[in-house]
Write a new protein. Structure first.
Length: 211
């Protein structure tokens, strides 16, 4: 399907509404590249009557800005949902399938149901509505940006909680991504139950039992 977006971050939604799709959902995920913790997917249907300024790729925003926008999205969106794909599911499915399943599950949980879906990067099959996959969608489509913010803030908060459960790994700092400090902790302490055992660096450290 060919869509010519108008100007601004809300241009895709406005063009789709004009084409007859009244409820446009955006979906994105956080945590695909991490070696610990879940993959978190989020979906959002923004209210065109109450546009949110400042939406962007969550990775480009400061922590304080993400937190503020997260709360604004929750308050004003027509619908939103978040799902967790556990680290065990990520291992069993592989990251590409985990990504697709996460986005599918979160979109199917939206109520009211969207009439059109925009996803970041690649299409999601198994939906009963038309969709559009946009490369770097979280930078150009407001609904996808909103989803990326919900996913990242939710996942970051979860990883901060896990830092208290598993002290010494630095989860509150690196959020499960394979930084040098995280790798050093892995090699010293061994993997935790929230690590993804399908990742090479985690398997190499598995000879050490977590304390």
């Amino acid at each position: 399907m060919s869509i010519r977006p108008g100007p601004g971050a809300h241009g895709y939604e406005r063009a789709l509404v004009q084409a007859g799709f009244s409820l446009v959902a955006g979906a994105d995920e956080a945590g695909r590249g991490a070696c610990a913790g879940p993959l978190v997917a989020a979906a959002v249907i923004l209210d065109p009557e109450h546009p949110i300024e400042g939406l962007d790729d969550s990775k480009k925003l400061s922590v304080a800005t993400r937190e503020r926008l997260h709360d604004r999205i929750i308050e004003s969106a027509i619908a939103w949902s978040v799902v967790f794909i556990t680290n065990q599911e990520c291992d069993e499915l592989g990251m590409q399938e985990a990504d697709v399943q996460g986005l599918r599950r979160v979109l199917l949980r939206l109520e009211p149901r969207p009439s059109f879906v925009i996803t970041d990067g690649f299409p999601v099959t198994g939906l009963d509505v038309p969709g559009l996959a946009i490369w770097k969608g979280d930078q150009v489509a407001a609904c996808v940006s909103a989803a990326s913010i919900l996913a990242k803030v939710t996942r970051d908060r979860w990883m901060i909680d896990q830092d208290r459960q598993w002290p010494g790994y630095g989860f509150a700092v690196h959020k499960g991504y394979a930084t040098a400090a995280h790798q050093k902790a892995l090699e010293s302490l061994g993997p935790t139950p929230i690590h993804r055992m399908s990742y090479d660096n985690v398997r190499r450290a598995a000879r050490v039992e977590p304390s």
